[in-house]
Design a protein around this ligand. Structure first.
Ligand code: PFF
Length: 454
């Protein structure tokens, strides 16, 4: 059995890998997107479908990504190629890595814009701007920000620089160091905020909204959104987890590690929902307010509670940290590939790719102001980027990885890498990766298409 070395380095231990991958998984997807899409899609029933996808589709595919990454010990593009060759198959499987790297850029471009809003709100909350504000004023403040391309550009630029500075440091001095500082801070902040919401918000109502199961609320569209979100939130289908897996120590067990990451990600999303909805309900606001939920409803709520602006400030710091640690992983696959391919240092690569994502981000932020007329398939650029990545490219990337691990790699490789000693557990993974995950993704795609055409 081959054991390759990774030229980029490796995580100090299993826990660092878990925290780094959790840092990638926990991000705007958990704190901004999950509550608002749950709100838009009726709450409980959507949440249940999402949880099922995490378990039956997300976890097995995450195991497959880590497996391929650790086997290949290179960037996702090169790992896919190496491992395919090892299994006597076409090196063209590297294309899956290419699509992932492209998805990473596209996600980064709108992710950075939203992260920029978060930075603006950290400043605003710190300034006490929202104290005593009502809903209309907060709505206007948010819309004013969106209508101001200069402000958006500044915050977006700051975020790109923050992310690129960490990626430039490399696996140990950049990614790992950031993980060691950011993740404990993130957990502490989350618990503080949960405590705050439990004592000041309408906790029961928020809880009921998230967990009350009413199947009549569920549409096919919601199922596609839940599927897409399960990929987005676990950072699957684009190589981020594969890249992080390539830095994972050989001894660590993939199954238990991945379960821990998925569980932490899910817990954070649910806690974020439990921190947000009670506050929204306590202030008589609309849970289905959409993307503005976090930027309009919450600041109003925070602004009206005693000491709320301090907690509001902490809340946006939390979201900023989460976004930062995720965005790092959006860039790592492409950066690692450039370093491998051209033998360049991380610094020039990060500067070059930083400029590319910075430009793409400008296209995304223009959707709210000077580019608002541009429409792609009936969506503005920002919505289109979100849709095409989360609902199309990530599930497709996941589908390919599942087929690759389930049907192309032989048992010798998967068994060796997963090292699951319990035969029933290995069988469960095999069934999930060969049948459940590919069939679920393909079926939901087709059904959605039929519904859209019908
Ligand atoms: N998982 C991140 C979130 O939930 O915010 C977003 C993300 C990061 C998606 C990295 C994909 C990725 F590769």
């Amino acid at each position: 059995m081959k054991d390759r070395q990774n030229i980029h380095g490796s995580w100090a231990n299993r826990w660092i890998f878990i925290l780094a991958a959790t840092g990638s998984a926990v991000g705007l997807g958990n704190i901004w997107k999950f509550p608002y899409i749950a709100g838009e899609n009726g709450g409980g029933a959507f949440v249940l479908v999402y949880l099922l996808f995490i378990l039956a589709v997300g976890v097995p595919i995450m195991m497959a990504e880590v497996l391929v990454g650790r086997r290949g010990r290179q960037s996702p593009i090169n790992s896919m190629r190496e491992v395919a060759i090892e299994a006597n198959h076409s090196p063209k499987w590297a294309l899956v890595g290419w699509m992932g790297a492209l998805a990473g850029f596209l996600i980064f471009s709108f992710y950075s814009v939203v992260a920029g809003w978060v930075l603006a709100y950290i400043a605003g909350m710190g300034n006490g701007d929202f104290i005593g504000m009502d809903g209309d004023a907060a709505g206007k403040a948010f819309n004013d920000l969106l209508a101001d391309p200069q402000a958006l550009l500044i915050w977006h630029s700051v975020f790109v620089v923050l992310v690129m500075t960490v990626v430039m440091g490399g696996v140990n001095k950049g990614l790992e160091r950031a993980t060691r500082i950011m993740m404990p801070a993130l957990f502490v902040l989350l618990l503080v905020l949960l405590g705050y919401s439990m004592t000041t918000g309408a906790f029961g109502q928020g809880f009921d909204f998230l967990f009350h199961f009413d199947p009549s609320e569920l549409s096919w569209d919601a199922v596609l959104v839940a599927l897409g979100h399960s990929f987005f939130t676990l950072s699957l289908g684009m190589g981020a987890i594969m890249a992080y897996g390539s830095y994972m120590p050989k001894k660590a067990s993939i199954g238990s590690t991945v379960l821990t990451i998925a569980a932490l990600d899910t817990v954070v999303a649910l806690i974020a929902g439990l921190a947000i909805f009670p506050i929204v309900f306590a202030n008589g606001m609309d849970p289905g307010a959409g993307p503005g939920l976090m930027f309009i409803s919450l600041p109003v709520a925070f602004g009206q509670m005693p000491g709320g602006h301090i907690f509001g400030f902490l809340f946006f710091v939390l979201v900023g940290l989460a976004a930062w640690s995720s965005a790092i992983s959006l860039m790592e696959p492409a950066v690692a590939w450039m370093v491998e391919r051209f033998g360049l240092g991380r610094m020039p690569v990060c500067i070059g790719l930083g400029i590319v994502v910075w430009l793409l981000g400008i296209a995304a932020l223009s959707s709210f102001n000077f580019g608002s007329e541009v429409a792609l398939f009936g969506m503005n650029i920002f919505d289109f980027l979100d849709f095409i990545t989360a609902n199309v490219m990530l599930p497709l990337g996941g589908l390919f990885v599942a087929c690759f691990a389930g049907w192309i790699l032989n048992k010798r490789i998967t068994k060796d890498e997963l090292a699951i000693t319990n035969p029933t557990l290995y069988l469960a993974w095999s069934v999930a990766i060969r049948y459940i995950a590919p069939i679920a993704v393909a079926a939901i795609f087709v059904l959605n298409l039929i519904e859209k055409l019908g």
